[in-house]
Design a protein around this ligand. Sequence first.
Ligand code: MN
Length: 547
Amino acid sequence: MNKPIAMKFFKFILVAFLTVSMNGFSQAPTDYLSKDFHKDRREVLRSKMPANSVTVVFANPLRNRANDVDYVFHQDPNFYYLTGYREPNGVLVLFSENQTDENGGSYNEILYVQKRNKRAELWYGKRLGTEGAKEELGFDIAMNAEEFIKSTIDFKSFDNVFIEKFNDDYRDLRDAADIFDLVKGFKIKAGYDPSIYLSGVKEYVYNNIVETPVESSANVIRIIDRLATRSPEINDDDLIKGYKTATTDDLKKEFKEKILLALKPKTNIDVSFLAANLATMREVKTAEELVLLTKAVRISAIGQVEVMKAMKPHMSETELQGIHEFVYKKYGAEYEGYPSIVGAGNNGCILHYIENSRTNVANEMVLMDLGAEYRGFTADVTRTIPANGKFNKAQKEIYDLVYEAQEAGIALYTIGTSMQAPGAIAIKIINEGLFQLGIIKSADEKHNYFPHGTSHHIGLDVHDPGNYGNFEENMVVTMEPGIYIPDGSNCDEKYWGIGIRIEDDILVTKKGPINLSEEAPRTTEEIEKMMAKKSVLDDFILPNLDK
Ligand SMILES: [Mn+2]
């Protein structure tokens, strides 16, 4: 890509070109979530807000990749869920009750958007602007972002101001109303003081202390000690220290009282209400969401199918990644929902291996965990297949065990079942199986061959928020057991370098679980059959540049 300054000469031609291509704007996809969907989500959220409260949600910022090049923009999923706005530098303000403007007009929400700007749009594409926000997103009131900074909304006058936790991971750009300025403007207006918020781990410990009778304080202290290995700062907290070292129950009760007080909010700005309520809303999908999410999942499963047909031992991890991602693009999926993972052999034992740099996958098992993102919704599908098209005995033993665990887990994706149940049965089956194979010495031996959970929501995030209670109708949750035996493990060498995960995206329905990613074969027999098929890529031969 050229630097802007070197492009001056072409600007003129570019203007002419863009004038034509902007008329082609109507050719953009039309199957995004509808404005009615977002409006309905705002209504549901408003119905949960207590009287005299206001919600403020910020769009994601642009983030810098290097020098004058930014990362591809991705919207904050909560902000997108509530607005449908796909640009940076926006703010949503949602009031629990109608507000009155100076002309006596009434409103209960405002969307602030990036101002239209000829020069910026020439370089980076069309902005929706306030008119677009009204027409396409259905907001009655849309204003330019700079109006948010100037606005006279008196956040201090509300009983509650609901916001998301600030990440503060962005810089001040030249734009006078970028996220940096919008957040800064809000903090000043609302009197936001970060020092009064407890860190996540401290809040967790405080709550644990408050909820536990002092007679059982030993349990809490065990939790504190465990957490302190990762977050040693909790040992420096005077209240936690006091509780831990108090020698009598009465003394402990005194510290418990103090901690209860410390947990009481000292501000009207609340950073947990939104996260909790949006998790409850987002964990159950509407019909409209299911259409897009199902499409993302099917695209990802079909990517796995094409790779099964195309894979050859001489291929690189990068090339295999490219085949998946080409299929996504072919279906019009804009992005990958998370960095693609393609790991052959021992690389498959690294859970989030995204380097994908091995130059040939040889005769290894290849673990491929990828998901297309379609109109904001991301799939999460993993297949692990033998590069040469045939499972050897050791590979098949481990694979069948993971498969058995996955099947048992999927059967539990039924309304009312605990979301912990599939993981529990998977670990039980895998432990039993590893023992049978002689990889561990007893079925209850502690080991690190299956170090992750099996079941997370997917949606606008690959790890979608949720409460993780019981399964409800129209949840979409992954089932992904795995076994990873890195080189040098304390077991028979024939199992070394085998890392296997099978992951499917399961829709919970009244009639039981539906596997949305079933198009990608899962049994060893089906996989071998698929891998024996011809691929269009068999004849795709490019010039050799290394000769
Ligand atoms: Mn997953």
